[in-house]
Design a protein around this ligand. Structure first.
Ligand code: FE
Length: 224
């Protein structure tokens, strides 16, 4: 099952922590980011692109299209215990089974939420994010406030997201790098036994897979 001595895990009482090799801290926008920005400005100036349309497109990839891959991974793990075991043992391979994978050679590790453990993902140095399963990172994920406070005060950060954890729940904060990125396997909601894999996937949000939310079942979907 899951390894409970994770090398990259920051217990919440640890203030300082190390980052891992090959992870480039970029204080200025990367060459690619600048080129994208320049291209966008040019297209807008020429009247070829509507900036509001671009924002809507980014929003769609951030909230709708991207995270659907991760949601399918989570739902499969909930309904197929053998898949779940493979997912927690070798996330990269199990995610690739469903057809999702990176092209930059990064590895995926899936960390499981339980009644006793809640996992939270951050990239303290920049914005490493499991984009192959979650799409584009949200703005808050890249913010300095989230990156620093997720490690120093994870419970406070979760509270701001509306998630109040009981004192007896251990919080584990995982620092993503260019080589190793994390996905949270949220807890399957109670009273969801009658839902299909597709119906379960529809409940799984991006925020739950980053660890700033839990998956809930709408009252209307609870079978009476
Ligand atoms: Fe990063």
């Amino acid at each position: 099952m899951n390894d409970h001595q994770p090398a990259h895990h920051h217990a919440e009482h640890h203030g300082a922590h190390d980052h891992h090799g090959g992870h480039e801290h970029q204080a200025v926008p990367s060459d690619l980011a600048l080129r994208v920005k320049a291209l966008e400005s040019l297209l807008v100036d020429k009247g070829l692109v509507d900036p509001a349309g671009l924002d809507a497109l980014v929003d769609m990839y951030e909230h709708k299209i991207g995270p659907r891959n991760g949601a399918r991974v989570v739902a499969r793990a909930w309904v197929d215990s053998a898949y779940k075991k493979r997912l927690l043992t070798d996330g990269t391979a199990a995610i690739a089974e469903l057809g999702y994978g990176g092209t930059q050679g990064e590895h995926m590790r899936v960390v499981e939420n339980t009644p006793a453990v809640h996992n939270l993902i951050v990239c303290t140095l920049c914005s490493c994010y499991p984009w192959s399963v979650l799409g584009l990172p949200p703005v808050w994920y890249k913010s300095a406030a989230y990156r620093s406070r997720a490690v120093i005060d994870p419970r406070g950060v979760l509270r701001e997201f509306g998630l109040e954890l009981a004192d007896n729940v251990e919080v584990r904060v995982w620092d993503s790098t260019a080589e190793l990125r994390y996905l949270v396997l949220p807890e399957r909601p109670a009273h969801s036994e009658h839902l299909s894999e597709d119906e379960l996937a529809a409940l799984v949000t991006r925020d739950a897979m980053v660890g700033v939310a839990t998956v809930t079942i709408p009252p209307a979907a609870v079978q009476s």
